[in-house]
Design a protein around this ligand. Sequence first.
Ligand code: MN
Length: 327
Amino acid sequence: MTNLESRPREHVCVAGPAVPVELIPPRDVPLGGPRAMTVRRTLPSRQRSFIGAFCFADHYGPDDIAETGGMDVAPHPHTGLQTVTWLFEGEVLHLDALGSVQAIRPGQLNLMTAGRGICHSEEGTLVRFPAQRRLHGVQLWTALPDATRNGERAFEHVADVPAFDVDGARVQVFMGTLGGVTSPARADTPLVAAQLDLPAGATVRLAVDPAFEHGVLLDTGSLTVAGTALEPAWLAYLAPGCAEVVLAAGAEPVRAVLIGGTPFEEQIVMWWNFIGRTHDEVAEARAHWQAAIAGDPDGVARFGHVTGYEGPPLPAPELPNVQLRPR
Ligand code: MN
């Protein structure tokens, strides 16, 4: 998992065989719970585990929450990663072990850094938001590098992310730097995440960091990325080396999310909500979470406790009988 090229060529990523665009299809995953909302997952996929440090991409909605029940994810743990919550419509309440009580709306970022351990709940339901009708957005995870993955837990809410316009498109930069603007959100490896809104028929030349690999997740409309047509909910992957990505909208306005970063070169073991480096680390995190929900002080010390959620925490599933392997 090492890019052996020390100086990859830079080029404008328009079209043609010089710039292969890899298309990653979504798969439907129920979020769990009795009235489970279904998400469309493109990372990790069979083809690809990472885009930069992004190792997980869930896309959901637009859902009528009176029908689906919305999002109701009971307290659950994380290790070794950040959760990146970004909405297109609706509202979600985040509670965590730091005592954070934070509602999030479109145009805002919730970023939770697990470090060695945290737990949180996420609710986008009629109980929390009686006026809410639709829920629509993404949740991404970044893998933390070895230097910070066992650090302190943290949470930040960015109420107003920086934005810029290019070729008629609006770009909201919620992580990293793009187009000369920088999100205040913490990033432990070089990476970027942004919402792209293109008017119908627009062709946009977006300058990007050529050291980054990139992904474009299409939400609405029809879009070609570097000459390759993308279906809604699919993720287009571009290898490092693009200094500019050409995006062309079809007959309707387009909304998409761009992610990217320098290729993540550490091997990880990702299982359930944990990222570690070995099977044993993940098994230990699981044991600590099970201890935490039983009230054991060592477990609670690692993951903390969510106050204010109605209902029990989510127990961890059984570990598989085989050794978890790094990806
Ligand atoms: Mn979570």
